[in-house]
Ligand binder design. Sequence first.
Ligand SMILES: [Zn+2]
Length: 458
Amino acid sequence: MLRATSAFIFALAALWATAPASAQRDAVVVLYEGARLIPGDGGTAIADSALLVENGTIKQVGRRGAIAPPAGAARVNLAGKTVMPALINTHAHPGFQSGLSYSRDNYVRETIVDDLNRALYFGVSTVMSQGVEFGDVMHEIRAYQRAGRLGGARLLFAGRGIGAPNAGPGGAAYAGIAYEVTTEEEIRRAVQAEAARKVNAIKIWVDDRGGRAPRLSPALSRAAIDEGHRLGLKVTAHIFYHEDAVDLATAGVNAFAHLVRDRAMDDALIALMNRNKVYVMPNIGTPERATHTAPPSWFEEPYLAAMLRDTLSPAVIERIRTSFTSRDPEVAARNRKNYAILQQSVARLAKADALIVLGSDTGLEDHIFGYVEQKELELMVAAGMSPMQVIVAATSRAAEFLELNDAGTLATGKRADFLVLDANPLDDIRNTRRIAKMYIGGQQVDRAALRTSLRIAR
Ligand SMILES: [Zn+2]
């Protein structure tokens, strides 16, 4: 039941970025022609394509000239462009940052919607919030989106995540949000409570947080996995130690929210993950940030830098810049060693064709929505994935993991969620930033309006 006030509805109306789903779409048929089309499922790109969209749904995909549009269809010439599915991020934490402030006090509708709008501006159609959530606000936003009454990137969430006492997320902003459990009965009850609140998945933390907390025991994590599956929900585990990853993969966990951090993931673990269909979010953007003592190349890259300036206050951009220049070189050197281990795991996972999905911990402090997803794609290629593997991870495989049957590929029956790019990301993955146009459900996203709607843009 929604308990939205009229003031809430008014505030959301002001933040609408894509039009409501109803009305505009009546019998609209459009043929998009001439673009290079990357389907998103790993299949070969179609060099000179045709994409037929009817009422927001893809009807046909093929070569130009091979699809006869029905009478009255509009035609859009996309010659010279590249078309690919919009990005899907499986690991984010919306709602905590507002300008320079990072706090649970910011966790209100306006901040969360702002994050979702920012994600959309950067080409991200869907965001999964991973377990640092409280109250009803995300439930309300999701309901509004489902009713077609609110734009922004589509929101999914895991609700309140579950860990051992003090073993949940560490920042002050997250204090008191996670369930803290010590018995099998408690963890099953926590899973049941979140399932009853219709979360999209269950999140657990299996980590001793550098010795500050007990680790969730194998018996308890197995109970959570069992209970989640009994209730039809996937279970994602935050992990740190290799031995926990082996145990969780054996127990049938559905995904790792991070890579293993104490050493590189070995071939036996990766084979086990493939056998048991365990998805993995490399989530390398946060540790990579800590390796620099000067602004890195991605920070200076013109298209990414321009989008950041479009959507973020100069003060926050300056704080990000200073975070590099103020870092202790010895700390950075240590971080680079750890980061090389993560890159090694990514390369091994890519080589084994593991189930890698885009997940970037977006929404940690100064880890800005949309921006970080775009950066993560570049880091995944630098770590050893091919651009095609990265596109699959950020589109069809992420959709498959999130059970979004209507998204993730450009194929008959899917929602027409796609990016129109000025250059080919198979040549250079950074070209996913060169967004000429974006469509969600066949409707062009008004990116200029999105930009001006961002509450903390200036
Ligand atoms: Zn996270």
